[in-house]
Design a protein around this ligand. Structure first.
Ligand SMILES: CC(C)(COP(=O)(O)OP(=O)(O)OC[C@H]1O[C@@H](n2cnc3c(N)ncnc32)[C@H](O)[C@@H]1OP(=O)(O)O)[C@@H](O)C(=O)NCCC(=O)NCCS
Length: 186
């Protein structure tokens, strides 16, 4: 149902562009993952906070994948938009693109999903405005976020169930085909 304080996706869409310098890189001139991660986090914070109109914190980071390296001298853009709003949570999708200044060629280098929680002035989770979907892509992203959320929850339950059931004496035989060895007297 439409609520009066809903905000469109475009209201909080955020792009941070940075020039990658030697201080951002390994000795092989490729940009460090933590530099990219930090800027992704800033873009997610700005985007979620704009949407919420209040301070947001990160509660979870999912599916961050570094698919291609970035070089010193590249421009890198961190494109953030709200994909989904729950009650107090806001899922921000981030796409990272690098651009070679000389050739103008752009590549998709990284992406990920940041779940942020809106907080009130006393630091308690507070309801975020609903989302006005402005395109078919916005609808697809909202639906995809719902699927990701559902699968994550299911996966979490299954994983903790399986981990609780580990019996080292029984399950040690599963290690036979793995690339490890027991390095102490057993
Ligand atoms: C974020 C925080 C306030 C949530 O508190 P909480 O007691 O778990 O609150 P809730 O259970 O009501 O969860 C709040 C929302 O977060 C969502 N959430 C909680 N844990 C989550 C997780 N692991 N993944 C995705 N969403 C999660 C809940 O589903 C809920 O969403 P909804 O309101 O849209 O339904 C609290 O965990 C916190 O302060 N964490 C530290 C945050 C931080 O310091 N981040 C790093 C620096 S920014």
């Amino acid at each position: 149902m439409a609520e009066t304080n809903n905000k469109p996706v475009s209201y909080s869409r955020t792009i941070i562009t940075e020039l990658m310098l030697p201080t951002h890189a390994h000795i092989d001139n490729k940009i460090l993952g933590d530099v990219l991660f930090n800027l992704m986090s800033k873009a997610a914070f700005a985007c979620a906070t704009r949407h919420a109109g209040s301070y947001c914190v990160t509660v979870s980071i999912d599916d961050v994948e570094f698919v291609q390296p970035i070089e010193v001298g590249d421009f890198v853009s961190f494109k953030a938009s709200v994909n989904y709003v729950g009650n107090t949570s806001i899922i921000v999708g981030i796409r990272v693109e690098s651009e070679n200044m000389k050739t103008g060629m752009t590549k998709h280098t990284c992406s990920g999903y940041f779940t942020m929680v809106a907080k009130d002035e006393d630091g308690r989770p507070t309801q975020a405005p609903g989302l006005i979907l402005e395109s078919e892509d916005d609808i697809r992203r909202f639906l995809a976020a719902m699927i990701r959320k559902e699968i994550k929850l299911l996966g979490k339950v299954q994983m903790s169930d399986k981990i609780k059931k580990i019996n080292v004496f029984e399950d040690i035989k599963k290690l036979r085909k793995e690339r490890c060895e027991i390095g102490f007297e057993w």
